[in-house]
Design a protein around this ligand. Structure first.
Ligand SMILES: NC(=O)c1ccc[n+]([C@@H]2O[C@H](COP(=O)([O-])OP(=O)(O)OC[C@H]3O[C@@H](n4cnc5c(N)ncnc54)[C@H](O)[C@@H]3O)[C@@H](O)[C@H]2O)c1
Length: 415
């Protein structure tokens, strides 16, 4: 097949490469000239896609800024960003511009699949009319479907291949075609009855995580007051073989999905006069975590006769999760800002994030970061972080990830 991908980011690029690896001809389109140039030069900027895989794609994998190159494709998958506006409302700007541009080259008989996470109704009420500007009718002249992406950056046990893929079509025929497309790269495709059901499935998955993370974060704040070890409690509860799923507390929620997607559903729900209080509350609790963490660092310094102002604080791990350099919505940045506003002198160590231009900082080696530090705060524990060297090398350690469990030391403070 000839397959087009619109939006060559964390979702679109791995998908395009997977199709090429199955022998299909892939053309990836992105508006970002810098990305297209890098990809054409065989250089990947996504950690899950090694540059060698781009090279292996050879002639089958092409990159372009021109939508016209999609006209010859049988199927086009759209994976553009779906962020929030400053008022935390859905920003369909990139989707609308992609849909408008795609309409100008859309061909009879093509299949279009939207993968961008969005509220129920987007595919049928927003994307379909845009594509119909082409003069072709959705469901009759071209097929349209929604299939949410479940990619978890950095994860190797569950990949595109072995993670079931949910698909919902505008019509049964649309769904059938989309299923046939994904069967080339996924072992299991799960059919749902509509694009709306597929859209809501993705949001349920993310709201579920967001609510459970908020619950355990709220418990962590309570445990802090009560003097109970939250990690011990979560670990003990997780021994129940049924009816409990373990979520870990932490400095707040990051990444492109969890801090953003639930608000898409909350926004849509308002149109239906249905409050989504769990979603809003989870957002509030998770957004409060960085403030709590900053206070916890301030208290720990206070107990060591020090103030935040003038203290040198080594931040360990600035990306939002272990093993990747993804900085999107990372709570570390918020915590660093709060500490800087209080007058702390910051240094950081993160092998996945070489520079933090907004702070004018570069990542230091662990030893250099700890040198002269008054406090070290573990915000993200990347694999390979030498915890023992860290605890031995810093006069005060505040651990928000529970990785120092098993070590007892008077200068060690845990969430
Ligand atoms: N990253 C994840 O882990 C993840 C997981 C599941 C779902 N999603 C969803 O998938 C969608 C894409 O996410 P992502 O992480 O790949 O985003 P991304 O920002 O990494 O990539 C999106 C790409 O789309 C390009 N783009 C923007 N407007 C465009 C346009 N009009 N035409 C062509 N290209 C355009 C951007 O330049 C960028 O390269 C989002 O809706 C997101 O919520 C992401």
């Amino acid at each position: 097949m000839k397959i087009g991908i619109v939006g060559l980011g964390y979702v679109g690029l791995p998908l395009g490469v997977a199709f090429a690896e199955e022998g299909h001809e892939v053309v990836g389109v992105d508006v970002d000239q810098r990305k297209v140039t890098m990809l054409r030069g065989g250089e990947s900027y996504i950690e899950d896609v090694a540059s060698e895989r781009l090279a292996a794609g050879g002639e089958r994998l092409r990159f372009s800024q021109r939508y016209a190159d999609l006209a010859a494709c049988q199927a086009v998958v759209v994976a553009v960003p779906t962020p929030l506006t400053r008022n935390r409302e859905p920003d369909l700007g990139p989707l609308v511009s992609a849909g408008t541009a795609l309409a100008s080259v859309l061909q009879q008989g093509q299949l279009v699949v939207l993968e961008s996470t969005t509220y129920p109704g987007t595919t049928s009420e927003r994307l379909a009319p845009l594509l119909e500007e082409s003069g072709l009718a959705a469901g009759r002249d071209f097929n349209l479907a929604f299939s949410p992406e479940r990619i978890d950056p950095g994860r190797t046990d569950y990949t595109l291949r072995n993670t079931p893929k949910v698909v919902g079509g505008l019509t049964p025929a649309c769904c059938k075609r989309a299923i046939a497309l994904y069967e080339h790269v996924c072992d299991e495709v799960v059919e749902v009855s509509s694009t709306e059901a597929a859209e809501l499935t993705k949001l349920l998955e993310n709201v579920f995580r967001s609510v459970n993370i908020a619950l355990v974060n709220e418990l962590a704040m309570l445990c802090d007051r009560m003097g109970i070890d939250v990690w011990e409690v979560v670990e003990a509860a997780a021994t129940k073989p049924y009816g409990f799923m373990s979520f870990k507390p932490g400095p707040g929620m990051g990444g492109h999905c969890l801090p953003v997607d639930p608000f898409y559903l909350a926004w849509r729900a308002r149109e239906f006069d249905t409050p989504t209080e769990f979603i809003e509350l989870a957002g509030e609790v998770n957004q409060a975590m960085p403030y709590f963490c900053e206070e916890k660092i301030a208290h720990a310094l206070n107990d060591h006769q020090k103030s935040v102002k003038g203290s040198r604080i080594a931040i360990l791990g600035v990306s939002y999760k272990p093993g990747v350099g993804d900085m999107r919505e990372s709570p570390s940045i918020k915590i660093m800002r709060l500490l800087a506003e209080r007058g702390a002198e910051l240094v950081y160590h993160d092998e996945h994030v070489p520079e933090l231009p907004d702070f004018g900082l570069s990542s230091e080696s662990l030893t250099a970061a700890l040198e002269g530090a008054d406090c070290a705060a573990i915000l993200t524990a990347h694999p390979g972080l030498d915890i023992e060297a860290l605890v031995a090398g810093a006069p005060l350690v505040v651990d928000f990830r529970g990785v120092t469990r098993g070590i007892e030391a008077p200068h060690l403070v845990r969430l």
